[in-house]
Design a protein around this ligand. Structure first.
Ligand SMILES: O=C1O[C@H](COP(=O)(O)O)[C@@H](O)[C@H](O)[C@H]1O
Length: 224
């Protein structure tokens, strides 16, 4: 399959493949701390629950700093918040992390960008892909797609109105600084979009680059 930046693998067990990929990245880490950015959406929950289970006795979560790739502008304990998902599906199960850096729309993009600037490269950024081809909160036709290359975090909204709530998101240039980006794509509703990305359509998910980009795709989402 051509057209995506990176390696695309079709898997039977998406959460299991995700957990293995993160564990391998942890085992290959180069620094004392491992910097890991989470996402939101429906695919992420089972992936985090599986990672929590499989990383027991493997990942030292007290050596992991946790970030988010995007966030909806709601309180952190709101069921719509990506922070809420990450805490409930992963952090509460593994007992915490060295440090947790939620994105906060109240604090705005600059504080988060400052923190990311101090870190340099994130080890792993987990991303999903919506049926419209958005990833993180980078929506087709939205302003954040054209963020200045020096801007790491942006506020954004979906101009189509399909994805509700204002957002904060990493920009393409922030994502490009990652050692590894792991996409997880599940379900038949994503199949045509993934085909379009593979065929080179100008959709946000297709514009993602990093040192290494891995696409883990379940059988329902895999184009024929
Ligand atoms: O709105 C969002 O959606 C994307 C895609 O989620 P998925 O479950 O359809 O893969 C997600 O990556 C992002 O973090 C979230 O805020």
């Amino acid at each position: 399959m051509l057209g995506v930046h990176g390696e695309l693998t079709v898997v039977d067990d998406l959460p299991g493949a995700f957990a293995r990929t993160v564990i391998e990245a942890w085992q290959a880490r180069t620094g004392e701390l491992f910097h890991f950015a989470l996402c939101g959406g429906s695919t992420a929950g089972p992936c985090y629950e599986r990672l929590a289970a499989e990383s027991e006795n493997v990942i030292d979560w007290l050596s992991v700093d946790v970030y988010w790739g995007d966030e909806r502008c709601v309180p952190g304990d709101d069921p719509d918040s990506n922070q809420h998902l990450g805490r409930q599906a992963l952090l509460e199960r593994v007992g915490g992390a060295n440090a947790v850096y939620p994105m906060s729309c109240d604090e705005g993009p600059d504080a988060y960008a400052l923190r990311l600037g101090e870190v340099g490269k994130l080890d792993v950024i987990h991303l999903g892909m919506g049926p419209d081809g958005h990833t993180a909160s980078l929506f087709p036709g939205s302003e954040a797609l054209d963020a200045d290359p020096g801007q790491l975090v942006a506020r954004n909204v979906d101009p189509s109105g399909r994805n509700k709530l204002p957002r904060m998101t990493l920009t393409f240039s922030a994502i490009a600084r990652a050692r590894l980006v792991v996409f997880t794509v599940a379900g038949a509703a994503k199949r045509d979009t993934l085909r379009a990305v593979i065929d080179g359509a100008d959709l946000p998910a297709g514009r993602v680059t990093a040192d290494r980009v891995v696409w883990l795709v379940d059988r329902d989402a895999a184009p024929a």
